[in-house]
Design a protein around this ligand. Sequence first.
Ligand code: SDX
Length: 427
Amino acid sequence: MGDSAKISVNDSEYEYGVHSGSCGPDVVDIRKLYSETGLFTFDPGFKSTASCESGLTYIDGGQGILLHRGYPIEQLAEQSSFMEVAYLLLNGELPSSKEFADFERTITLHTMVHEQLKELYRGFRRDAHPMAIMCGVVGALSAFYHDSTDITDPEQRMIASHRMIAKMPTIAAMAYKYAIGQPFLYPDNDLSYTGNFLRMTFGVPAEEYELDPVIEKAMDRIFILHADHEQNASTSTVRLAGSSGANPFACIASGIACLWGPAHGGANEAALNMLREIGTPDRIGEYIDRAKDKEDPFRLMGFGHRVYKNFDPRAKVMKETATDVLNTLGVDDPIFDVARELEQIALNDEYFIEKKLYPNVDFYSGVILSAIGFPTTMFTVLFAIARTVGWVAQWNEMISDPDQTIGRPRQLYTGPEQRDYVPVGSR
Ligand code: SDX
């Protein structure tokens, strides 16, 4: 493509620069469009809009490619760890052994939460959805950590980033324990990030917790698969909240709120509930028909994606992990059979082929999480733990961008034109 794009408005010609990234579509720089032409662009859902420049993650939706700082997700899922991916996203390069050991130790030493934070949980009903608790407790963190909310200080930004990544598993495990009426467990600094989370979730004070290395590896891989994903809805929410100068804890809380939606991170819970409702392979056809019926709001949860018009590479790794975990645990979950059968039927159905709808990261994750022992209400909480790494990395990238400014979109106004107030006696 050339290095500029021309637009003619009312017989006048305007020219705008075209910029290329390291890979992916070029962009037309329209920052001066309104001041020069008086026109806004119109792009609800931002299907054709690049909201920022970023070097963290790249997705090629046509090829089903996902890179974190250039490394393919398949290689990271196979050879790396969630903490190493966190370091990579935050710092841009894979760490040396010493860099990684220092980073892991730093995160470990931030995993405890303020004792007073426990009182917040007592304000919730025991049957509160864990995501409601996550929104509330994470949003309240800025009340406990005033010494790391000055976003203009890089040192405080990094401490807040480490605190956020480190405390999410503790806060999440406490939300689960509160829901089932069991006591909170303190972190154990001798365990890995993921092992510590599993122990805080499934361990009890009455006995030693036996950490299954296969489950620990599968959970860590699931965290890797959910770490970051370009400017998805929740990441864009975090960036927009951060653009006003809000403190990092409030920004992450806004990301958690957005992720909860069933069209986004809430899809993993909705997908497993859907598979359970289908129940047996013979009922799949009925649900496929409903998904294709324009009059029916039902959608196949865990299918389709704004960017992937080919296989979501994370779904492929997730499906392999599901097979490993179910075999290791000796779990013969009929829901997994329904999922695989549903995938095959959908991928051979003209509707799904024509609309390029493939399984996404949320389609198989619930089968694994359910086999490990998580209730469906915890699925999006697990997504939030992992995506906190991406949200924090994207937030840091935005705040340290010298051109950063508050995000403030415009609109196409279709409401009433100016009119005079009519007193109630004359209406
Ligand atoms: C995540 O953005 C990210 O990167 C998100 C994420 C991340 O890591 O952050 O990848 C995580 O959110 C994955 C997506 C999880 N959501 C679901 O599984 C919910 C089910 N999927 C759909 O709601 C939908 O596919 C979306 C929301 C994911 C994408 O919606 P788009 O891009 O706006 O696509 P669309 O709604 O315009 O759909 C295009 C067409 C429509 O038909 P037409 O109006 O053109 O006739 O495809 C149809 C839709 O009706 N369609 C589906 C469908 N998804 C889209 N039909 C049936 N079942 C579906 N799942």
